[in-house]
Design a protein around this ligand. Structure first.
Ligand code: MN
Length: 253
């Protein structure tokens, strides 16, 4: 199996190398990752400046390719030039949850989305904590998923988004197949004054995770389960199409 590994926390992030080590059991794992942290870069690509790629050696003897681009740039560069079409793209292991409506903000998730656009099976994997001591349980989940994808493949236009609770292996309740949940924030902006008395803003948000009906990703990790959500590239709201057609959109003024 040939695997392309990337992330949005940058090439020096421990989670990326834990992922690489775990997936090495399946074959060749080539790392193409941003040269700096690019969290919350979403599905951004770089169109207006040159993209550079260089090889990086780490002190532990590992090496990989890094770019000055976004996570999605890394996937494009990896598939089109550096690696060739791999059997699998994996993005992570991210430090921090990627749940509910946060998916489209996430560089981690959107790197897997980019791979799906190339018709390459992919998943993103995150630990739902901002401080991670042990990537081991998540790395094991990544390996198991990679093996299953190797066996079953994934449907067209679909990738998997995986969230792992920050628990020791024996405390993980199990693995749940979930739907994308709801994750809304309260008071998203803080307005402050800089030392010169000028206003600036800081984006923030107090989470109000709605433990709504259904087997959602938010609910699963809150209950100690690993959440695996199949995500489709098509965001259309099919249920609204007929009602929308009924609007008088073409009336001339
Ligand atoms: Mn990140």
């Amino acid at each position: 199996m040939k695997v392309l590994a990337t992330n949005d926390d940058g090439i020096y992030a421990d989670g990326l190398w834990a992922l690489r080590d775990a997936l090495s059991a399946l074959g060749e794992v080539i790392v193409v990752a941003p040269d700096r942290p690019r969290s919350a870069s979403g599905h951004a690509i770089t169109l207006h400046k040159p993209l550079r790629v260089r090889e990086v050696s780490l002190t532990n003897g590992e090496w990989g390719y890094c770019t000055n681009g976004t996570p999605s740039d890394c996937v494009v560069l990896g598939i089109v030039d550096i690696v060739g079409k791999p059997d699998l793209v994996v993005s992570g292991i991210n430090v921090g949850a990627n749940l509910g409506e946060d998916l489209t903000y996430s560089g981690t998730v959107c790197a897997a989305m980019e791979a799906a656009l190339f018709e390459v099976p992919a998943f993103s994997i995150s630990i739902t904590s901002d401080e991670v001591e042990d990537f081991g349980p998540a790395a094991e989940v990544a390996l198991r998923l990679a093996e299953e994808i190797g066996k079953h493949g994934l449907p067209p236009d679909t990738f998997l988004n995986v969230n792992v609770p920050p628990l020791p292996r024996e405390k993980v309740a199990g693995i749940a197949v979930t739907t994308q949940g709801r994750r809304r924030y309260q008071s998203r902006l803080e307005k402050r004054l800089d030392p010169r008395g000028k206003e600036y803003y800081w984006l923030k948000g107090d989470l109000e995770d709605a433990l709504d009906a259904g087997d959602t990703d938010v609910k699963a990790v809150a209950r100690g389960f690993v959440s695996v959500t199949p995500i489709h590239l098509d965001l259309t709201d099919y249920g609204f199409i007929d009602a929308l057609k009924g609007w008088d959109l073409f009336r001339s003024r």
